[in-house]
Design a protein around this ligand. Structure first.
Ligand SMILES: Cc1cc2nc3c(=O)[nH]c(=O)nc-3n(C[C@H](O)[C@H](O)[C@H](O)COP(=O)(O)OP(=O)(O)OC[C@H]3O[C@@H](n4cnc5c(N)ncnc54)[C@H](O)[C@@H]3O)c2cc1C
Ligand code: SF4
Length: 327
């Protein structure tokens, strides 16, 4: 599949990038590592007149510990840099674990944290060539008005399939969004809409420029588990992140995040309350697994059946909380 023709814009500053976005509006797509955008352009999911390549913006790269113990990560920081950062591995291990499972080493050398957060949602009826989609009929997510996954409905259920966002949600991460009206900082859990088509709250002229991990989320044990068809290179079909602090044989705090089973990554509501002040055992881990499985709403958007993916959320959550309590 060939790439459609486009003009490349290569700004060196965030300001220049935002100027380009303001000038060319809906005709631009942002490129960070390009590992998701380029295959999508080959499938003619996006046919922009301009591609805004962010890679020359040095200011958007790097892992910068702050004096108050928090850490700032540029949106262009590669997943490989995150995976191999001794600082993140020591203080925020759930993020390094999740980053290390994305795709393959080659793709992690190119792919960025910002691109992983902004990743387009996926569906078996959408991530296909133009010829395939024409043959089967276009759908709500692009060019059509029906859903093959939930016929009769008016909503798109395409699934969010990034690995790092559930880990970032567990760490109460915030993101910096830069746009024509200035800079705003939002909690990551407010960034996703829960819709498969219009999945993130980002205006056309805006960029995600930085990610912040608070000091209060440092030093938690962190575990990430994912289900995929090919262990060496694949999107998650179900993913679970857990952070936990233990003291005197009790869980003193914990959060559980899931991905690849809903149109947005999300924290499992009630998991913190269920775990806090308890002694970890099989029954408790099982109860958290049940809660996570009830939060997951997998549909036929992905390879493997929804039933199996939901069951694996239960199993992985149980295993992950047991591991976080014991390591
Ligand atoms: C074979 C294969 C396997 C993969 N497996 C996985 C996997 O296991 N797990 C996983 O999470 N991903 C997987 N991916 C997807 C992709 O490699 C990663 O999600 C990667 O992190 C995307 O980052 P990127 O910088 O390459 O994003 P890009 O492709 O450059 O961009 C992705 C999207 O985000 C937008 N965007 C990027 N950066 C910004 C920004 N700073 N501000 C605003 N918008 C932005 C782009 O416009 C685009 O819509 C896979 C891809 C392939 C091809
Ligand atoms: S969930 Fe429905 S509308 Fe969304 S991409 Fe899949 S088939 Fe299309």
């Amino acid at each position: 599949m060939s790439l459609p023709d486009f003009k490349l814009l290569r700004p060196r500053t965030v300001e220049a990038a935002i100027d380009h976005l303001a000038r060319f509006g809906a005709n631009v797509r942002v490129l960070a590592g390009g590992t998701d955008l380029i295959p999508s352009m080959r499938q003619k999911l996006f046919e922009p007149e301009y591609v805004l390549d962010l890679r020359r913006i040095a200011d958007m790269r790097g892992i910068k510990p702050q004096p108050d113990g928090a850490v700032e990560i540029g949106a262009l920081t590669t997943l490989r840099a995150i995976e191999t950062s001794p600082y993140l591995r020591q203080y925020y291990p759930v993020l390094t674990e999740a980053a290390a499972t994305v795709a393959s080493p080659v793709l992690r050398n190119m792919g960025t944290l910002g691109g992983n957060i902004c990743l387009d949602t996926r569906c078996l009826w959408y991530n296909q060539s133009l010829t395939w989609r024409k043959g089967c009929g276009f759908c709500i997510k692009k060019d059509g008005d029906l859903c093959h996954v939930a016929p009769g409905g008016t909503k798109c259920w395409a699934v969010f399939s990034g690995d790092t966002p559930p880990a970032l949600l567990c760490l109460n991460a915030e993101i910096e969004i830069s746009g024509p009206t200035g800079i705003r900082r939002v909690a990551l859990h407010d960034f996703y809409t829960g819709l498969g088509d219009d999945y993130r709250k980002l205006q056309p002229g805006e960029l995600v420029t930085r990610v912040f991990l608070p000091e209060a989320s440092a030093n938690y044990r962190g575990i990430y588990r994912k289900l995929r068809v090919r262990g060496s290179i694949d999107y998650p079909l179900a993913g679970v992140a857990v952070v936990m602090k233990n003291s005197n044989g009790h869980v003193s705090d914990a959060r559980v995040g899931i991905t690849a089973v809903n149109p947005a990554p999300m924290l499992v509501k009630g998991a913190t309350e269920l775990l806090t002040d308890k002694v970890m055992d099989d029954a408790l881990a099982e109860a958290v697994g049940d809660l996570a499985a009830r939060t997951a709403k997998p549909l036929t958007t992905s390879a493997l059946t929804p039933e199996y993916r939901r069951e694996m959320i239960r199993v992985f959550t149980k295993r992950a909380v047991l591991a976080a309590a014991s390591n």
